[in-house]
Design a protein around this ligand. Sequence first.
Ligand code: DLL
Length: 432
Amino acid sequence: MIWNTDYECLDRTGLSRHQGERLGRLIDVLYRRVPFYRKKMDAGGVKPRDIQGIDDIVRLPFTTKEEMREVYPYGLLAVSQQEIVEIHTSSGTTGTPVVDAYTAGDIEVWAEVMARTLSAGGTGRHDIVQNAYGYGLFTGGLGVHYGARRIGATVIPISGGNTKRQLALMRDFKSTILACTPSYSLYLAEAAREEGLDPARLGLKAGFFGAEPWSESMRGEIQQQFGVLAIDIYGLTEIIGPGVAMECEHQKGLHINEDHFYPEIIDPSSGTVLPDGQKGELVITTLTKDGTPVLRYRTRDITYLDRATCACGRTTARMHRVLGRTDDMLIIRGVNVFPSQIEEVILKVKGIEPHYQLIVERRNQLDELEVQVEMNESLFSDEIRNLERIEKTIEADLYATLNIHTKVRLVEPKSIARSEGKAKRIIDKRQL
Ligand code: DLL
């Protein structure tokens, strides 16, 4: 279902004109009201009058997470504080949090793009949305909430965690839609089976999963276990939260809500804009945000763009599912390794559960990567010889994909910690 055909299916010439107009207005405001951006534009020798259309965006400076942290808490505000109705921040686990301050108009836009997101996976007003993203400063909970309300669906604002209760409510209220991180959905499926419930018979029809990287194999696992359409949804606090991009029922890339968020792909080392189809770092400009607008934000997420019209009829650019981040990329003996590549390989193996952890150590100046993968109960009861054979097979498959030697260790069922939000997959002991 397409929520807003006027914008989601707008022809590309109309869309570019629209984006250009919105960018022009944004730059005027930023130059006048936000000293942080005025300084950056002055330093780059660019004035608002230089921005005549969307193609002129390349003349504007990038914004990084570090810069946003430096002006914490209110340095990016483009309106007076009285106009702000809600504030969210990133978790701040790796430093000062970044702030997203919303005006009433920004919340309207958020509800609109989240209504588009949930509609793209078939959510309608008769649906019951079990919202297991965390409510609070994290944007997942309220973002999904506003979208579901806009559609007129019923929301169960259970938030993350409390797994037994999740299952009880899912069963009692007959939830049809699940929204949570992909890793948590698999934990829910496991917990359901432990209670003698078949996840596929809970009656869910679709799930909206994001906030962390996941692979095509993991999608297969979730779809099969719950019998749902598993939709990938993408977003980040700095821009708005979820609602930046989402898959449609064709699952061929995530449609970017381009009338609000202008995407570019750059080479992360040189900053040069790359053509469609080439992998690089996603950069986003908020075209309509009033509270804390962001100019050419370097997301550190790696993907590529496709501007061909999709079979669903949407004309918006699609981004490939996030391939990794420039900063969660592991460099093992000089080779770039993304956890998602490893996930893709290990989840294809029979008897393996979708729970794993990557442990990196440095011994004698050499990086070593150990991949710990959980076995299911039946594999666990297999002969040691057979388990060793499987470990060797996975090591060979990983070598074929990554070109580096890894140590694969099959670990006991349920021994890897489960997460209720974003999963922590990497333990890098080299930095200790
Ligand atoms: O995770 C917003 C969100 C909530 C998105 C609910 C989707 C669903 P942050 O906590 O600021 O915001 O984290 C943003 O998470 O830069 C990506 O690296 C990662 N991420 C988000 N969605 C996806 C996804 C929310 N679908 C950071 N696939 C982003 C891969 C994702 N990575």
